[in-house]
Ligand binder design. Structure first.
Ligand code: 6PG
Length: 276
């Protein structure tokens, strides 16, 4: 059950006097996300699965395919398990899905740290879905730059683009780290204008990574964050309430230019502040 649901006006400027107009590549910093607070992580996974299936239905109704960028991490994993089970296993349009991995550690595809492996094990295999729906990074060629270019080319070839030529994904699912990272955007990570997929060369928690960039995430029709657990409270407050500092607080880079932004939190992550 949602404790509360607020369509607006969660604006940086409401809460952070230091927040101002535009900062580097994040675009307009005034964002109005929907924030939904659920009782616990199980509820969060249920509601998230419903929202994803609804997003899929809308996309397929309008354009015939569902282009979904999936997150790694423990919170999304729980949602994948729900989607792979009844009733979603039967109702989700698996045969119209293009599943894009939002970010990946540069490890062999069967490594326990691989998001590809996690998505197969927790979503596509238990759902009995055709695994050709999953577009994975080439993490085994030894050439991450070529892998990033190839993934960007696949996206450009399969996902219809906007006026700037940036592929418009139907839904981007994201998690939040305790340091306010999201995808593989870490504090201090920089991305070149115009690139949709990037190599993150500095190791984070022991891994180099490949990631979708802010440019493609912010072109999406819908971005959905899933955040659970009390350990995320501080990061969440910094992201949503400011001060505005996207280089230090990477999840602040998420500001869809035309799409919807939703945060689904469990009560532990929301804490007292967001439960009022
Ligand atoms: C990953 C993602 C990462 C993740 C967050 C939150 O593959 O792990 O890159 O951005 O979504 O770290 O993860 P949790 O939900 O496990 O806290």
């Amino acid at each position: 059950m949602a404790l509360w649901c607020r369509e607006s006006p969660w604006r940086w400027s409401d809460r952070s006097p230091r927040a101002t107009g535009r900062v580097c590549d994040v675009g307009e910093l005034v964002v109005s996300p929907t924030v939904r607070v659920l009782d616990d992580e199980a509820q969060l996974a249920q509601r998230a699965a419903e929202a994803i299936e609804l997003g899929a239905a809308e996309a397929i109704d309008r354009r015939g395919r569902f282009h979904w960028a999936l997150a790694g991490g423990g919170t999304p994993k729980r949602t994948y398990r729900v989607l792979a089970g009844p009733p979603h296993r039967e109702t989700f349009p698996w045969n119209r899905l293009d599943a894009w991995i939002g970010d990946e550690r540069i490890v062999p595809g069967n490594d326990p740290a691989s998001n590809r492996r996690m998505i197969l094990e927790h979503l596509l295999w238990p759902a009995g879905a055709d695994t050709s729906a999953l577009h994975a990074f080439d993490t085994e060629s030894g050439d991450p730059d070529a892998a990033a270019r190839s993934y960007a080319d696949q996206l450009a070839a399969r996902v219809p683009g906007n006026a700037d030529g940036v592929p418009v994904l139907d839904l981007v699912l994201l998690g939040l780290g305790t340091d306010a990272h999201t995808a593989s955007w870490f504090p201090g990570s920089r991305f070149c204008a115009g690139e949709t997929v990037a190599v993150v060369d500095e190791e984070h928690a022991g891994y180099r990574r490949l990631t979708l960039t802010p440019a493609i995430v912010n072109a999406a029709r819908q971005v959905l964050f899933l955040v659970a657990g009390a350990s995320k409270q501080d990061a969440l407050r910094r992201v949503l309430l400011g001060p505005s500092d996207p280089l230090a607080i990477p999840a602040q880079r998420v500001a869809p230019t035309g799409g919807r932004l939703t945060w689904m939190l469990d009560r532990d992550a929301a804490g007292q502040f967001f439960a009022d």
